[in-house]
Design a protein around this ligand. Structure first.
Ligand code: HSE
Length: 368
């Protein structure tokens, strides 16, 4: 199957995604029967373009990296998605149209990302996103809309990049209930806490995370715990059926004073980590993000630098820990590649179901 992709946002993640698709095209075609071409790109700062003939996205990425813009914007990003879906009606009908949403996190309402997802689904496109906003603010509504449209809404990259979290639970833990979790889900603050234990300053450690492109465009989202709260809400909504938003997660971030706390904890054989927690008590679900001083033998205390981990509590399998030991742009971009393959697999299944229904109907007709 050749998927037609509409890229909403063309920053570091989306550009690495088109590079990765290109680098892995042989394996994707040979082992997964997936190929893809980009038909639309809409950006906030670099303009927009659409072509049913396909766009050389790798070349456009190079142009954007040189600071050149593509074509002047004519439509808002939401209108662009609607228009692209209309112009791609055939691909949409054939379930080959995918909107790839990689705009930055908006912590007030998760917009315009949520509007992008809605416009895509109502135009018959599947949606994959690395943005935490949609699952953190509107998971249940969007999942329902995707169901009604018979299309997929996937967001593996929203938490721990391409390390499978949502896929792990959905694909490999049937009939297991997740009853809670605790984890370190923000790389910027974990790097800063580790660096400050080694004597580096708060500002210096943050500057390094910004220079490496790991901190959010607005780094207060990392420091004040908003990024972790958004990931916590997304995890709780999807895996525990909670109805949280980042704003209903109890939240405390790190401050320059965390340096003293980290050094004192270290001297006492402990480590300070920004811990996300979700607990279920009957029907009540509580969620928080806050710095905690952990004993050194705690799995979360062992996380260095940008590393992340989540320890899930389950009803049948006790605790399951997933650890991300390396984080990079490639890992985030890979999440989008894996979501695309998930859609391709499910398209095969839904085609098979459609063929079976048609055959059954034909048999019934011939008997009657
Ligand atoms: N700013 C985020 C972090 C990027 O530091 O974890 C990954 O979501």
């Amino acid at each position: 199957v050749t998927f037609d992709l509409v890229l909403v946002g063309f920053g570091n993640v989306a550009r690495r995604f088109v590079g990765l698709l290109h680098e892995r095209r042989t394996i994707l075609e040979r082992d997964h029967q997936v190929s893809a071409r980009v038909v639309g790109i809409v950006t906030r700062r670099h303009g927009q373009m659409f072509s049913l003939k396909g766009i050389d996205a790798v070349a456009v990425a190079r142009r954007v990296e040189r600071g050149e813009s593509i074509q002047p914007p004519a439509l808002s990003s939401v209108e662009f998605v609607r228009d692209a879906a209309r112009r791609s009606a055939t691909a949409a009908h054939e379930r080959r149209l995918v909107v790839v949403e990689t705009t930055t996190l908006d912590i007030a309402r998760g917009e315009p990302a949520i509007a992008h997802v809605r416009a895509a689904l109502s135009g018959g496109a599947h949606v994959i996103t690395a943005n935490k906003g949609p699952a953190a603010f509107a998971y249940h509504a969007l999942a329902r809309e995707a169901n009604r449209a018979n299309r997929r809404f996937l967001f593996e990259g929203a938490v721990m990049d391409g390390i499978p979290i949502f896929n792990l639970v959905r694909e490999t833990l049937p009939a297991v209930a997740i009853t809670g979790f605790r984890g370190v889900v923000n790389s910027t603050t974990n790097f800063m806490l580790t660096a400050m234990e080694q004597g580096r300053s708060f500002e210096d450690a943050l500057a390094e995370m910004q220079a490496r492109g790991i901190a959010e465009a607005d780094p207060t989202l990392d420091i004040d715990g908003w990024d972790a709260a958004a990931k916590t809400a997304a995890l709780a909504n999807v895996l525990l059926g909670a109805r949280l938003t980042p704003r209903t997660v109890k939240r405390q971030g790190i401050t320059p004073d965390s340096r003293r706390q980290a050094l004192e904890a270290r001297a006492a054989g402990r480590r300070v980590k920004l811990v996300a927690r979700v607990d279920r008590d009957g029907r009540r679900i509580t969620a928080s993000v806050a710095p905690e001083s952990l004993p050194e033998n705690d799995l979360l205390a062992g996380l260095e630098g940008q590393q992340n981990a989540i320890i899930f509590r389950t009803d049948l399998l006790d605790e399951i820990a997933v650890v991300q030991r390396g984080g990079s742009l490639t890992q985030t971009a890979y999440a989008l590649v894996s979501d695309l393959v998930t859609i391709a697999r499910e398209n095969v299944v839904s085609r098979a179901v459609a063929v079976r229904r048609k055959t059954t109907r034909a048999i019934r007709r011939s008997r009657s």
